[in-house]
Design a protein around this ligand. Structure first.
Ligand SMILES: [Fe+2]
Length: 354
């Protein structure tokens, strides 16, 4: 957590910002909204969201859950988005399913959990909020963001294959045919729909067990959940949709050891892949943000970049259930849908996707 300087002033500024978001999410006075957090959450955000929700006349509640077990904390507290705190509670899942709207302000996020799938299936809509105020403001979602991401999603749905190349040795493909496409534009106003503020991009969870080639991470690419820039090249060799070799210097070793720490083979498997669709996401913002304060949507959704992940894909229609989930945001790569180059090193190429 950052230094709590002038907290009361910041909280007061957050309330109208969160009111704008709840307006986008069409919160009504006859709905129940539940703000979920844990002791490591930013309670300033929780208080401001609670106040914003009350101003709509909604039935507003705050649910504070115990933290995850200490043996997991070191791996999951920095935002791999697979918090076990709902699973560890006897009743929390029921409370979440009963609400019309859940604001996920848990310190890690519930995204990659079976519990989130159950909550959405119950018809509850969910919005995750975690990033710094300046990112929430700068990337506040617009109708234009939504329309653009829906165009990206339509194009992704047509594709049969995703391919990534780079001058530094990346040459990899994954199968996309008949797989789900996920669109995020930063708010949710429909029952059972999840989104994450901020963020705007579309991606797919490729066919499990399929996909071959090499992905080379360049120095300056971002590794999540640690939210650190890679310092030495990392070469990942993919066979049958899984990273069978992760080679390079100390970055490669840290990535390998992170996966080994979970002791689950799903940690090596491709989870999701797509290209950044946010025009106001800043690639270099992560460099100036506190890793424990952020999810780091700036780097994950920056315009024309490539994002792929290893590990859990249960929330994207897959079967890989593991707490292990890592995103890799790549800057200097060419992203193809079938034979069409759609993104190249921070640019989206076709005009119809702008
Ligand atoms: Fe991810």
């Amino acid at each position: 957590m950052g230094v709590p300087t002038a907290t009361y002033f910041r909280t007061a500024q957050l309330v109208p910002l969160f009111q704008r978001m709840l307006e986008r999410c069409k919160l009504t006075e006859d709905e129940t909204i539940l703000v979920v957090s844990d002791p490591d959450s930013n309670q300033e955000y929780v208080a401001a969201m609670f106040a914003a929700a009350r101003s709509f006349g909604a039935d507003a509640m705050s649910l504070m859950l115990p933290p995850p077990p200490p043996e997991q904390a070191v791996f999951i507290r920095t935002g791999n988005i697979s918090s076990t705190i709902v699973a560890s509670s006897k009743k929390a899942l029921e409370f979440l399913k009963m609400a019309d709207f859940v604001i996920d302000m848990t310190s890690v996020g519930l995204l990659h959990t079976k519990e989130q799938v159950a909550v959405l299936e119950a018809g509850t809509r969910m919005l995750m909020v975690h990033d710094p105020v300046e990112a929430l403001e700068r990337m506040f979602p617009t109708d234009e963001d939504k329309e653009r991401i829906q165009r990206h999603g339509r194009r992704l749905r047509e594709a049969k294959r995703v391919r990534v190349q780079s001058d530094n040795g990346t040459e990899v493909w994954f199968d996309k045919a008949d797989r789900p496409v996920i669109e995020q534009w930063g708010w949710t106003d429909e029952p059972g729909r999840w989104d994450h503020w901020p963020g705007a991009f579309a991606y797919t969870a490729p066919t499990e067990g399929v996909g071959e080639g090499l992905i080379v991470l360049d120095p300056g690419d971002v590794w999540y959940p640690p939210k650190r820039y890679i310092a030495t090249p990392v070469t990942m060799t993919f066979e049958n949709g899984a990273a069978v070799k992760i080679e390079g210097g100390w970055d490669a070793r840290m990535i390998r050891e992170y996966i080994e720490g979970w002791q689950e083979p799903e940690g090596y498997m491709i989870s999701h892949i797509g290209f950044g669709g946010h025009r106001r996401g800043l690639w270099n913002a992560v460099l100036f943000q506190d890793p424990l304060d952020i999810i780091g949507q700036d780097g994950r959704t920056a315009w024309g970049t490539t994002l792929f992940a290893l590990g859990s894909n249960v929330t994207f229609g897959g079967t890989h259930a593991t707490g292990c989930h890592q995103d890799f945001a790549l800057k200097q790569q060419r992203f193809y849908l079938d034979d069409e180059l759609v993104a190249d090193s921070g640019r989206v190429i076709p005009d119809y996707l702008h």
